[in-house]
Design a protein around this ligand. Structure first.
Ligand SMILES: [Zn+2]
Length: 242
């Protein structure tokens, strides 16, 4: 079997598997299924830690573009519907689209932004899918377990302080531009939901649990006004029901 036949076989396997599991297939599913990308690399890319996927993909660009060609013809044969999505980066400031290729070539970008949906998927589920694709991952801030310092103002940050990480650097909240946010600890789901809705910026606060060996959500950072407004509203609705 030639090299190209092998690639085609792997593309089809990965695509069939993803279609069976979720009723749609994205180019990322294909690259993941083929083993040319690792889930953690996709996370890094979505968090804006790498400028484009091309630089971290295993295999050369001609192999990848051949794989994408196989994927497209497989999807068309299957009668799947193409749908374009723009992936957004999780960084501070205005949302910006994520880039797949180093060159940013529009035809490559467009091919990578196109996923294929089963005609069996309901329109409601299609809507949800679009939302899921287009929503950038949440911004995260860490409660540090070890002393650190801000990359910009060099303030020493002891254990228990908050650190915002971007790329290789860590920042104190004021330097990251989040100095005006207040902490709302987890526990009151309704209050959290409302405060988040009213706050134009929010970050998830996480802390590493040594026992469970994973990051756990401690609460949110939200704008103070948003928190006050949410609290006021809930107070009023409580009074109504009393
Ligand atoms: Zn700082």
């Amino acid at each position: 079997m030639g090299n190209r036949d092998k690639i085609e076989k792997r593309v089809i396997q990965a695509s069939e598997e993803a279609l069976y599991r979720q009723q749609y297939v994205s180019p990322l599913d294909v690259l993941l299924g083929m083993g040319t990308l690792h889930p953690s690399q996709i996370q890094d890319w979505r968090k804006g830690r790498v400028p484009h996927l091309e630089g971290i993909i295993q295999g050369n660009l001609s192999k990848i573009s051949f794989a994408m060609k196989c994927f497209r013809s497989w999807a068309i044969k299957k009668g799947l519907k193409p749908s374009k999505t723009v992936y957004l980066a999780r960084t501070r400031g205005p949302k910006k689209p994520l880039q797949f290729s180093k060159s940013g070539n529009p035809s490559i970008e467009q091919a990578c932004q196109t996923h294929y949906i089963s005609p069996l998927l309901s329109s409601k589920k299609k809507e949800k899918l679009k939302e899921k694709f287009e929503k950038p991952p949440e911004l995260v801030v860490f409660i540090i377990g070890n002393p650190s310092s801000c990359s910009k103002c060099e303030t020493e940050l002891g254990k228990g302080n908050l650190l915002y990480v971007e790329g290789e650097e860590g920042f104190c909240l004021p330097c990251a531009g989040f100095g005006d946010l207040v902490f709302l600890s987890s526990g009151d789901a309704t209050l959290t939901r409302r405060a988040k809705k009213y706050s134009s910026t929010s970050l998830v606060v996480v802390k590493f649990s040594r026992i469970r060996k994973r990051y756990e959500r401690q609460g949110l950072l939200v704008q103070e006004d948003a928190l006050r407004r949410a609290e006021e509203e809930l107070k009023v609705s409580e009074e109504v029901y009393l």
